[in-house]
Ligand binder design. Structure first.
Ligand SMILES: Cc1cc2nc3c(=O)[nH]c(=O)nc-3n(C[C@H](O)[C@H](O)[C@H](O)COP(=O)(O)OP(=O)(O)OC[C@H]3O[C@@H](n4cnc5c(N)ncnc54)[C@H](O)[C@@H]3O)c2cc1C
Length: 505
């Protein structure tokens, strides 16, 4: 009953993560909300008041008693599991508390509680942020993980923001449907979709964010909105590619599904001596292959100082033979090792994701978005960067994922995703132990930095879902940044959602 009373009062106012990583193998008395914090009406987002500094210790018991979900305070038994992210490198970041939100009301109450108590509030979905952006020292993490329902009807799926990719696929498969997503089974649909979402279907069906019809989102003023093409349209625009953590907490997505069709798959390997030719051929493939064909390209530093290279391809026609042959012809030589298979939708989901779940993994990574094909000199520099890592025994990979196809056919500027005309995204990935030494971290960072330098001439910026510390916000959003800033000013004028990286506030 107490909870209902309080709410009434409040209402008065993704054999591989081939597309991303080298492997996926990751008080009793409820405090009244001051009038200044009472949500403004949905039509006036800018009316949100300033964050009210805490006058006293936060009334955690009051918050707890009002939740359908659970609250985990530092020092409590459930806290260590609740505050962990996928990358153990961020275990040392200790929020004051984690709310595991079970309902939209939980999210709303958490936001209002954080405002009232002057706490920094960050949303958490699947917890796979490359920079630990879904946790915050001393702040309040709002984990939407328990909100993971998947409901399908008439080609549209409604997905709770806490759903993980494998679960979405497994549920949709029962209705013969799917979504274009990344491959890692434990990546959260929220973070993935808000930042774009690339994967094997990108060329045939576009990005995950391109399939979003509408979103339920709680903004900094505590108002629950349905952002879509005709309502809160600026927010809808911004949340399709602008990344998570800046504008509100999304609680559910409605997305247009795709058929759960069988996939043709191939893996092709070439010797190190052919790496430049293979990369040139892959670039041509990324540019010219039909929309139904997709292949990414891996250059992996081996601990013996050599490079190994392979391409992993998918054809949504159901047979990968033609696509594999096209890639080989562009490379100019047959692959030295070649496997071509056909898999059902769920077999492919499990194969590409390396299983149905993924273990927590340490890594440091970054990205460059390629405007177009790299010239010979840029390719030479890229290969030299990976080779230097191999010689230094740094676990390092350059993984190139193609864009184009349907992702390029969406109108430029129609959503915040800024890279419609780009050829591909290169990920610079370095595996790390769970708790790496300063030297190991430095070596990994050096590799990522050397990758950026190598392709600087061909790079348009970075992919926000492969976000990095210390990189300029403009590099992630290009021509979308000015409008993103305007949307931030409209919906979060007091910068309540203080994104730790790539903040456009
Ligand atoms: C192993 C692995 C594999 C990957 N594979 C792919 C891939 O195949 N394709 C691809 O495109 N990307 C891939 N990625 C990158 C992935 O898309 C991003 O890391 C993404 O941000 C993860 O989303 P999350 O919900 O799991 O992460 P989180 O860390 O929970 O969230 C990421 C960001 O979004 C914010 N956020 C989370 N939930 C919400 C919400 N409900 N509302 C508003 N903001 C929110 C967080 O505050 C944070 O800033 C991969 C990452 C990893 C670690």
């Amino acid at each position: 009953m107490r909870r209902i009373d309080r709410r009434t009062a409040l209402k008065a106012g993704g054999v591989l993560a081939v597309t991303a990583l080298a492997s996926c193998v990751d008080n009793e008395s409820a405090t009244a909300v001051p009038t200044s914090s009472v949500p403004a009406g949905p039509t006036s987002p800018a009316a949100a008041g300033p964050t009210v500094p805490a006058a006293a210790a936060p009334d955690w018991n009051g918050l707890r008693s009002g939740l359908d979900g659970t609250l985990h305070l530092r020092g409590e038994s459930g806290y260590p599991a609740a505050h962990q992210l996928f990358n153990p490198r961020f275990d040392s970041i200790q929020p004051a508390a984690v709310v595991r939100a079970a309902t939209t009301d939980d999210v709303r109450e958490s936001i209002l509680f954080a405002r009232q108590n002057g706490l920094v509030c960050v949303p958490k979905g699947g917890g796979h942020s490359y920079v630990g952006a879904s946790t915050v020292a001393g702040g309040l993490v709002v984990d939407v993980g328990p909100m993971s329902s998947v409901g399908y009807s008439d080609d549209v799926v409604t997905v709770g923001a806490g759903a993980k990719l494998y679960d979405v696929h497994a549920q949709l498969d029962k209705d013969g449907r799917s979504l274009p997503t990344g491959t890692c089974p434990t990546v959260g649909v929220a973070g993935l979709a808000l930042g774009g979402g690339m994967g094997v279907h990108t060329r045939t069906y576009g990005l995950t964010s391109d399939r979003i019809l509408s979103m339920e989102v709680v903004t900094a003023d505590g108002v629950v909105r349905t952002a879509g093409p005709t309502q809160d349209a600026d927010l809808y625009w911004a949340l399709r590619g602008g990344g998570g953590g800046n504008l509100g907490i999304v609680t559910s997505f409605r997305l247009a599904t795709i058929p759960a069709s069988k996939l043709g798959l191939f893996t092709l390997t070439w010797p190190e001596a052919s790496v430049a030719a293979a990369l040139r051929g892959w670039q041509r493939f990324a540019h010219e292959a039909p929309m139904t064909a997709w292949a990414n390209f891996h250059i992996d530093a081996q601990s013996n100082g050599t490079l190994s290279i392979h391409a992993v391809g998918v054809s949504t026609t159901g047979s990968a033979s033609a696509a594999a042959e096209q890639l080989e012809s562009f490379v100019g030589s047959k692959a030295t090792s070649r496997s071509i298979t056909v898999k059902t939708h769920m077999q492919a989901v499990t194969y590409l994701g390396g299983g149905t779940t993924s273990a927590r993994t340490g890594f440091l990574a970054g990205s460059d978005v390629l405007r177009g094909p790299m010239d010979a000199a840029t390719i030479t520099r890229l290969l030299a960067a990976v080779k230097a890592a191999a010689r230094a025994k740094v676990p390092a990979s350059a993984i190139l994922d193609p864009l184009g196809g349907q992702a390029a056919k969406q109108p430029q500027g129609g959503a915040a995703w800024p890279w419609r005309s780009a050829l591909a995204v290169i990920q610079w990935y370095s595996g790390l132990p769970a708790h790496p030494s300063a030297a190991a971290l430095r070596a990994a960072q050096n590799f990522v930095t050397s990758g950026h330098r190598a392709v600087a001439a061909a790079s348009a910026g970075g992919y926000v879902n492969y976000i990095e510390a210390g990189r300029s916000v403009s590099s992630y959003y290009g021509s979308s940044l000015a409008r993103l800033r305007a949307v931030k000013a409209e919906y979060d004028p007091t910068d309540f959602f203080k994104a730790s990286h790539a903040a456009f506030g």
